[in-house]
Design a protein around this ligand. Structure first.
Ligand code: 16G
Length: 247
């Protein structure tokens, strides 16, 4: 079945990508299915192996396919769809999707706030803050790398707590901190070597950086967090209302 057209203005590898994506969309290829081998695709579409390789590489980079050494290329598990509407915790987000949340505590210490974090928390550069670095997992798979800062005077003794569960739960139950609102930004970055290693991606892989400053019911800034989400596992979505000027 040779259904790619050579004189078309769309590159051949792109046409093959579209065919494969269509098969994923229509369920002919399901999550976990093995996609046909390079040789099979080469024969099927009557194109060179290089073209097929480029299509597969591109789909892999976009997170649709995953290559398993020595086994072949498989359709990825769909990305976690995360609405940006309410102030939720990682634990709540994963549970809502039926995934088991987990954390690996990489480091936990009290440090001076420094400029950037001090500004975000509204404290001086020398103010002691609790700095937690955690790798967040879903079903045992790395999803995000999170560095959280909390003003130390708000949560004395927190370093003795079990920090592999929900931080928001500890803040609420042990310190009576009820989170009420947050300001958040989202930008694209590439994984540095150490980040890539922890997240299980290649160096330079696309990540989504979320920065969050959270306030409690009394309006105090209680958290400044930087979370790096795997670009191939996450997709953020939001609802919007149109506001036309002058109406
Ligand atoms: C989210 C928050 C992070 C918060 C964590 C608490 C973003 C960018 N980050 O990952 O600020 O510390 O949830 O989750 O949304 P936990 O209660 O499961 O520890």
């Amino acid at each position: 079945m040779n259904n790619v057209s050579k004189p078309a203005p769309v590159p051949l590898y792109y046409q093959i990508m579209s065919r494969l994506l269509e098969m994923i969309d229509t369920g002919q290829l399901k999550a976990g299915d093995r996609v046909p081998s390079e040789r099979e695709l080469t024969e099927q579409y009557g194109v060179s192996r290089m073209t097929v390789r480029q299509a597969l590489r591109e789909l892999e980079a976009q997170g649709y396919l995953e290559r398993v050494q020595g086994k072949g290329t498989f359709v990825s598990i769909p990305k976690v769809e995360q609405p940006l509407l309410s102030l939720t915790s990682f634990t709540e987000d994963m549970r809502r999707r039926g995934l088991t949340p987990g954390s690996v505590l990489i480091s936990a210490q009290v440090v001076p706030a420094g400029r950037r974090c001090g500004q975000a928390l509204g404290v001086s550069e020398t103010e002691p803050v609790v700095r937690l670095e955690r790798l967040r997992l879903a079903g045992g798979q790395p999803m995000a790398l999170e560095v959280t800062h909390l003003p130390a005077h708000l949560c004395p003794g927190i370093l003795d707590d079990d920090l592999t569960g929900s931080l928001y739960k500890i803040l609420a139950e042990r310190y009576g901190i009820a989170l009420a609102s947050a300001t958040q930004s989202l930008e694209a970055v590439s994984a540095t070597g150490p980040e890539a290693k922890l997240l299980g991606v290649r160096e330079g892989a696309p990540l989504l950086l979320m920065e969050r400053t959270s306030r409690d019911r009394e309006g105090r800034v209680v958290e400044y967090a930087r979370s790096l989400y795997r670009g191939d596992r996450y997709r953020f979505s939001t609802e919007m209302l149109r506001q036309v000027e002058g109406e």
